[in-house]
Ligand binder design. Structure first.
Ligand code: AHR
Length: 515
């Protein structure tokens, strides 16, 4: 045991592993909320900010570097108020509406279906669209799918052509509503299951474009929702979408009714939990809340196993991330928050958990890509900064489509105020080329951990490492100091006695590519 640290042992069997870490676990979410779409992604063709068809070039370049595989749009709560026909045709003729959920601002619909597909094309990423069940009709949803996916002669396909898109886009991932237990209609699970069956029937498969249908899933521990959805509608869905946010002092309330359904009451009062001003108590609280992801994924998966033992239906965590107070002086309805080293550790823990559940979890979407909640990028006018969370996605990207490797380990606890959490979070994968990729997060802000790492059957010869850390827990990047938290090369691995030895410093995330 080191003077300042603790010790751990890990064994990775590189010749084992059955499940693929779906690259879509590294998916993203972009809603018409605050400055995510407008300002963040889309500035319009006439903007002095360099853009392609109105889409910011700097954002596209930044997101391409972390290989984002998929992006979910247009919401969120916005999805169940969104009427897609308002967002097609000449931009100047598009209907203006009030974004009642998010800040009551005017939505001019200048970013619509065509602009979203253009964004995905520029990012070389897969689109995931969420349809409107809460306030939209079956016909409206059905026609949207026809507009996007039908290549023949039909009213919607012809309308698409008239609007400048000849070929169908061939959308695959389609969500049938969002949070329909809450902002998407306050439905009971039984009612939503029937609605899901009805809406999904008319969201047709066209030609070579079968839809991958995603049902709105539960919030947090709403196991009743998962049970009912799997029982009543599991046979006609490809994925069920869990939403879980990592937060402190959540004042929202859920009341469980006698029939098992929850009434969710959104609390408008802000909880006064700063994204940047905190001590170890709040740091520990966020780490604990991040680890809760493991419990939720395990328990929802166990229910799904009863109805779907072959694991045909994916558990999709299509909204996750930290949720703090909005930055002082910003519109509370815009959910703009800073992003510190704490967010980085939280993301690393969550991503390791998702990887380790790759048998059931096949897609997740962090909320949200730009300027909202746990963002990758923050913008101010023409300037942009990368957040510590962005760097975690960069550090983890080699896991995409790798084979998950089992890791057996003996790790110390992270103890705070008499409570304990696992002292390290780890996942490992093998790439198609046979490289072993390992990501390790040490959430303890006081102790480093010395690790003895055995990789079997052969100890690798070449190791390239990267590390993300910073002197203070609260460190974050600002427009005046954009690189305060950024990854560095990590050279602390030594080979001795048939094993690798390394120290994972306090509050750090380390990635190792071994061949
Ligand atoms: O991501 C912000 C909001 O959180 C989404 O619109 C909603 O689905 C969730 O409650």
């Amino acid at each position: 045991m080191s003077i300042e640290g603790k010790s751990a042992g890990m064994v990775i069997n590189a010749d084992l592993g059955k499940h693929t870490i779906d690259k879509n676990i590294y998916g993203h979410f972009a809603e018409h909320l605050g400055r995510c779409i407008y300002d963040g992604i889309f500035v319009g063709k006439g903007s002095p900010i360099p853009n392609t068809d109105g889409i910011r070039i700097d954002i596209v370049e930044a997101l391409k570097k972390i290989r984002i595989p998929l992006i979910r749009w247009p919401g969120g709560c916005f999805a169940d108020e969104y009427h897609w026909k308002d967002g097609i045709g000449p931009q100047s003729d598009r209907k203006r509406m009030i974004n009642t959920h998010w800040g009551g601002v005017v939505e001019d619909n200048s970013f619509g279906t065509h602009e979203f597909f253009r964004l995905c094309e520029l990012l070389e990423t897969e689109p995931y669209i969420c349809g409107n069940v809460g306030s939209g009709t079956v016909q409206e949803m059905s026609e949207w799918v026809e507009y996007m996916n039908f290549d023949g002669e039909s009213p919607m396909a012809n309308l698409r052509r008239k609007n400048g898109q000849d070929k169908a886009w061939g959308l695959k991932y389609f969500g049938v509503g969002n949070e329909n237990w809450g902002c998407g209609g306050k439905m009971r699970a039984e009612f939503y299951a029937d609605q899901y069956r009805r809406y999904t029937t008319y969201a047709r498969d066209y030609g070579n474009y079968p839809l991958y249908r995603i049902a709105a899933g539960p919030r947090n521990e709403n196991y009743h929702w998962t049970k009912v959805l799997m029982e009543e509608a599991g046979y006609c869905m490809n994925g069920l979408a869990l939403h879980y946010y990592t937060r402190l002092g959540d004042k929202n309330q859920t009341i469980v009714q006698p029939d098992g359904n929850e009434i969710y009451i959104h609390h408008p009062e802000i909880s006064r939990r700063s994204a940047t001003e905190f001590g170890e108590e709040e740091w520990f609280g966020i780490m604990k809340s991040s680890w809760k992801t493991d419990e939720l994924v395990s328990k929802h998966s166990a229910i799904m196993d009863i109805y779907d033992p072959e694991k045909r239906v994916a558990l999709i965590v299509d909204e996750w991330g930290t949720w703090f107070d909005n930055e002082p002086g910003t519109n509370p309805g815009f959910l703009y928050q800073q992003n510190t080293l704490r967010d980085a550790l939280s993301a690393a823990i969550a991503l390791n958990i998702f990887n380790n559940h790759a048998d059931r979890v096949r897609m997740t979407n962090i909320a949200q890509t730009i300027n909202v909640l746990q963002a990758m990028v923050l913008t101010e006018g023409s300037r942009m900064i990368l957040t510590p969370t962005y760097h975690v996605f960069d550090l983890f990207k080699e896991h995409q489509n790798g084979t998950l490797l089992p890791v057996s380990m003996d790790v110390p606890d992270y103890i705070y105020n008499g409570e304990t959490l696992p002292g390290l979070s780890v996942s490992a994968s093998r790439s198609k080329k046979g490289e072993v990729f390992i990501t390790i997060a040490n959430p303890d802000p006081v102790h480093g951990v010395e690790v003895k790492l055995e990789i079997r059957p052969l100890l690798p010869k070449n190791i390239s490492g990267r590390i993300l850390s910073s002197p203070a827990m609260q460190d974050h990047n600002t427009f005046d100091d954009a690189d305060k938290v950024r990854p560095e090369r990590y050279t602390g691995v030594e080979s001795s006695g048939g094993a690798l030895r390394l120290t994972v410093p306090k509050r750090s995330v380390v990635s190792l590519l071994c061949s």
